[in-house]
Design a protein around this ligand. Structure first.
Ligand code: ATP
Ligand code: MG
Length: 585
């Protein structure tokens, strides 16, 4: 078994071009263990190989309970739990490639279920535990879920009422049945108790389906992205380059387990690197988060702009008194990272905040401000080794321009669609049962991301907006991110969202929704002040013409502002699919 400790030293990406030139996906694959017959299995790479080597007694997962107490699982312990779960699946007759869903918070069983499913050769599909019955039904339909792992309370509220409408679902495993499972369910603890602590690893092939991930639903109807076992090579490489993971790290990822980040970087990437992963069993709370960072001596923290903005809103004094000296840097993902947040991180936490761009479809980080590279606040960074990114020109209708079979690329600093050259291991292999939708993502040799961006002369990429959020006003293409970031520089603003609303003259004009910092009162005077503030910095063509104050902004459960919903509400249109909308928004 290969030991992770023997890997190359900290990447020195100051030599960015050199490292890119040296990089080769087959070499990244070669640093994994692999299976005896030449295949690969994510569970083996993440846990079993550590459990069989020198890292067996290192803590793999450290759970922080509500009261702050912790319980830990070593790699050896985790390997045993995974094997038990795999054996339970085998006992139930679950076959290779069949889908095992989870509807669980961050608890030990989630990790055993995810990796046990992969070890068994079945496909793991996590759902947000906050989903109501309808989104659960929809996603079971799309993915033909065969097994569900959940809690009694979640089962009663979300699944039992629609059980008849889930024909594919054979086994519901309750993690907390306590010897008394609900009708139609099984007591998972009892099954695990009888299951052996070793199990064969399914001889999965690189291209075997491993994960089914539904996208955040920011644009509407959920898409089930298919990922394969080969993805682990990308989780490994990006864990090294973008998260700078080292075997002695204590790593914490705050992503919800129902979102792709919760699997790729909440489970797989850190475990493949053999680090200790801190898991907070509770929800976001400013005081608690600072306490965990300090008490658990977290060295690398992966979170999202929405969480960082919440810390900013709470005020700098909340960080005081917490010892963050172990923390090397903060990484962010999921939404554009406003420059203001980067500056705040440096000044208040004394830490760099590194942006990372990727999508459910890409399976792993694609563009990032590397820990070893100069951060340009407001930029997503540069493509990781092994990733080719470009900005593709769009025509009037927003379609990619293709000439002689090749997409036409934009000039430096011009806005177009962010595109990636297919071929990296964690690239999605399709949207389940939606071939046409999948095919439409490709043109002229590139995968089109649906996001708009610019590339500067030094190869840094700048996010402009989601293709569907971009505003066209008097012939200008306005990205909401730029306007929102500007508003956030105003001392009264905690968070901002910007949309286009129809205007007879300009086509569309910019409208902003602003959430104020605690203690600030909404007033006409402040409204004018904010509009004037933006106009001075952005010019009158780009600055918002209209501005409303909002108590809170609608967001997806993965923390993304739902501009689509703000717009629908503004225009009195149907709200569309809101299955991933955070409660109470
Ligand atoms: P759907 O595809 O269902 O509409 P979604 O695109 O929000 O939902 P995800 O795959 O979870 O689903 O999110 C990926 C998207 O999030 C990216 O395409 C981009 O728009 C946004 N995003 C992620 N990271 C960043 C970042 N660092 N900067 C800017 N945008 C980001
Ligand atoms: Mg998307």
């Amino acid at each position: 078994m290969k030991e992770v400790a023997a890997l190359r030293p900290r990447p020195n990406l100051v030599d960015y071009e050199g490292e890119r030139a040296r990089f080769d996906w087959d070499e990244a694959r070669a640093e994994l263990d692999g299976l005896p017959d030449g295949g690969v299995n994510i569970a083996h790479e993440a846990v079993d190989r550590h459990a069989a080597g020198e890292r067996a007694d290192r803590v793999a997962l450290r759970f922080v309970r509500a009261d702050g107490s912790t319980r830990s699982l070593t790699y050896r312990d985790l390997a045993a739990e995974i094997a038990r779960f795999a054996n339970v699946l085998a006992g139930l007759g679950v076959g290779r490639g069949e889908r095992v869903y989870s509807l669980l918070g961050r608890m030990p069983m989630l990790y055993a279920a995810a990796l046990g499913t992969l070890k068994h050769g079945a496909v793991f599909c996590p759902l947000f535990s906050a989903f109501g019955p309808e989104p659960v039904r929809q996603r079971f339909r799309i993915g033909s879920g065969r097994v569900l792992v959940t809690t009694r309370a979640l089962y009663r509220r979300k699944v039992a009422p629609i059980r008849d409408e889930l024909p594919s679902l054979r086994h519901v495993l309750l993690v907390d049945a306590d010897g008394d499972p609900e009708p139609g369910t099984l007591d998972l603890a009892a099954l695990l108790e009888r299951a052996p602590t070793t199990a064969p690893t399914a001889p999965t092939d690189r291209e075997d389906m491993a994960l089914l991930h539904f996208t955040s639903g920011t644009t509407g109807r959920p898409k089930g992205a298919i990922h394969v076992h080969d993805a682990v090579a990308a989780h490994f490489a990006t864990g090294r380059y973008a998260l700078d993971l080292h075997p002695d790290d204590v790593y914490w990822c705050t992503a919800d387990p129902g979102w792709v980040t919760g699997t790729s970087y909440g489970i797989i990437a850190p475990l493949v690197h053999g680090v200790t992963v801190v898991v907070d069993e509770e929800e976001m709370d400013v005081e608690r988060w600072y306490r965990i960072l300090g008490d658990q001596r977290v060295t690398v923290w992966y979170t999202a702009p929405t969480a960082l903005r919440m810390l900013m809103k709470a005020g700098a004094d909340r960080a005081a008194g917490h010892d963050l000296s172990a923390l090397r840097f903060v990484a962010s993902v999921g939404e554009p990272l406003n420059p203001e947040v980067v500056v705040w991180g440096r000044e208040t936490l004394g830490l760099p905040v590194h942006d990372n761009w990727w999508q459910t479809e890409t399976g792993g980080i694609m563009i990032s401000n590397y820990p070893a590279m100069d951060i340009r606040p407001g930029s997503m960074g540069r493509p990781l080794p092994g990733i080719d990114a470009a900005v593709v020109a769009r025509d009037e209708a927003g379609a990619p321009v293709v000439r002689d079979g090749e997409a036409v690329l934009c000039e430096t600093d011009a806005t177009g669609e962010l595109a990636l050259r297919p071929g990296w291991p964690s690239m999605f292999r399709g949207y389940l049962d939606e071939d046409e939708r999948y095919r439409k993502c490709f043109a002229g040799g590139w995968y089109l991301t649906g996001d708009l961006a610019r590339r500067d002369a030094d190869g840094y990429f700048w996010f402009v907006g989601r293709g569907d959020d971009v505003i066209k006003s008097s012939g200008h293409l306005i990205g909401p991110f730029e306007v929102e970031s500007c508003l956030m520089e105003h001392e009264a603003v905690a968070e901002a969202a910007v949309i286009g609303v129809p205007d007879p003259v300009a086509g569309e004009v910019v409208k902003a929704f602003v959430e104020l910092k605690p203690g600030r009162e909404a007033s006409d005077e402040l409204r004018l002040d904010l509009i004037g503030f933006a106009r001075k910095r952005l010019g009158s063509a780009v600055a918002p013409r209209r501005l409303d104050f909002a108590a809170s902004l609608p967001k997806t459960r993965s923390g993304k502002i739902l501009r689509r919903l703000l717009k629908a509400r503004e225009l009195g249109l149907p709200e569309g699919d809101t299955s991933t909308l955070e409660a109470g928004r």
